[in-house]
Design a protein around this ligand. Structure first.
Ligand SMILES: *Cc1c(COP(=O)(O)O)cnc(C)c1O
Length: 397
């Protein structure tokens, strides 16, 4: 059994704060600052450029990738780190489209995160080959898969509502129609037991600053199914994805397997921070995390529904159909969240009216959940959210 009292002690959470935003930016694992300082001082400072060989910097994207692979049910040597999630979406989609040259449709849904859709739009425009991005309602994805579809590009857990797609089912339907399946695990990795191998995903991508607590701007990951890894053509054909980067050939030749999904110089300090942050998963069962997340989420929903009649649940009521955050709607959602943050309970707001709460058992317990719900109820009861200072919009919501 995972000891959640122990894991809570592994994080730095400011006194008096209840943090319900780990789905957007995970908090700082306490071991990270010392590791970062040591890598900066001893490796960068002490080894200078020899650190690439002596400190294993060049292997970090693969070594950390293997640690992420374990958390998403992917086999070793199938995941590599680097860049941001938006870039990894581009890589996966470009590779998938090249594998289905006769097909012109990319299927996604209106619940997807805009960056994934923007990247798809930009890529299709650049390809200028008559592709179409077909967007349907989340519940209509299964029915929209036909033999015109080259790839489905689906985010497993909806960033607003928390609604969860059935990865194995949609992937099987895509394959039956001759299409490929690309899964975005931004709100799944570190939140739920994910099984990319069992689910048959052709490509999977995700970020590591959300539930994996890698820090602001932490590097993203890409998984390519082993049966495709030696065939895919990398659209972002950078030198570190080349078969022999230090031969400095004038012509690109893809590296072996997942190596070809590397692009340029790895962000060594960010990877060191992420590597340290992943230590918190040692001795943790993702099944336990998910079970505890459901328990805490159900308690939160029950308390909010009992005491906050103005809020309506935006997430699926059935736990199996959710990721690890729960959302409610309120017409003044932005101001309510600002008032809540001022009271020490940090959640976030997503336009147009969603109040979003990340339920992260590694560092949240039943007391936090009860206090957060009571604070929210108080703010709605006394309408303290209507103060002018809570109406002012910040750039980042
Ligand atoms: C968080 C998130 C992103 C963010 O992409 P970045 O390139 O890391 O800024 C993209 N897609 C989804 C589905 C997300 O949840």
């Amino acid at each position: 059994m995972t000891d959640f009292d122990r894991t809570r002690g592994l994080f730095q959470i400011p006194d008096g704060v209840i943090y319900l935003d780990g789905n957007s930016l995970g908090p700082l694992p306490r071991n990270v600052p010392d590791r970062l300082a040591a890598v900066a001082r001893d490796e960068w400072g002490g080894m200078l450029i020899t650190g690439w060989n002596r400190a294993g910097w060049m292997e970090l994207p693969r070594r950390v990738g293997d640690r992420v692979a374990r958390l998403i049910g992917a086999p070793p040597d199938s995941v590599v780190m680097g860049d941001t999630l938006s870039i990894k979406v581009h890589q996966a989609l470009a590779a998938a489209l090249a594998m289905r040259p006769g097909r012109k449709v990319v299927l996604s849904d209106t619940g997807n995160f805009p960056s994934d859709l923007y990247i798809a739009q930009g890529l299709l425009q650049m390809l200028d080959a008559g592709h179409d991005l077909r967007l349907v309602a989340p519940d209509d994805v299964a029915g929209a898969i036909d033999d015109s579809v080259a790839a489905i590009l689906i985010t497993e857990v909806d960033y607003r509502t928390g609604r969860r797609h059935d990865m194995a089912d949609l992937t099987a339907r895509a394959h039956a129609a001759g299409a490929l399946a690309i899964w975005d695990l931004a709100h799944s990795a570190g939140a739920l037991p994910v099984d990319v191998a069992g689910g048959g995903a052709d490509f999977a991508v995700g970020c590591t600053y959300k539930y994996l607590n890698g820090g602001p701007g932490a590097p993203a990951f890409i998984h390519v199914a082993p049966q495709h890894a030696d065939q895919v053509h990398p659209a972002l054909s950078g030198w570190l994805g080349h078969r022999q980067p230090f031969a400095f050939d004038l012509t690109y030749a893809p590296g072996e397997g997942i190596e070809r999904m590397r692009v340029g110089t790895p962000p060594v300090l960010a990877l060191a921070a992420l590597d340290a942050a992943l230590d918190v998963w040692d001795g943790v069962s993702m099944g336990d995390v998910h079970a505890r997340s459901i328990e805490l989420s159900q308690a939160f929903i029950a308390a909010v529904e009992a005491d906050c009649p103005e809020l309506t649940l935006a997430s699926p009521r059935e736990p199996a159909r959710r990721g690890s955050h729960v959302s409610f709607r309120h017409p003044q959602g932005y101001a309510v969240i600002q008032a809540l943050i001022a009271a020490g309970v940090i959640g976030d707001f997503r336009a147009p009216d969603i109040l979003r709460f990340g339920i992260t058992p590694l560092y949240l317990g039943t007391d936090d959940i009860a206090r957060a719900a009571a604070t929210l109820a108080g703010i709605l009861r006394d309408r303290s959210w209507s103060a002018p200072r809570f109406q002012q919009r910040h750039a980042v919501t």
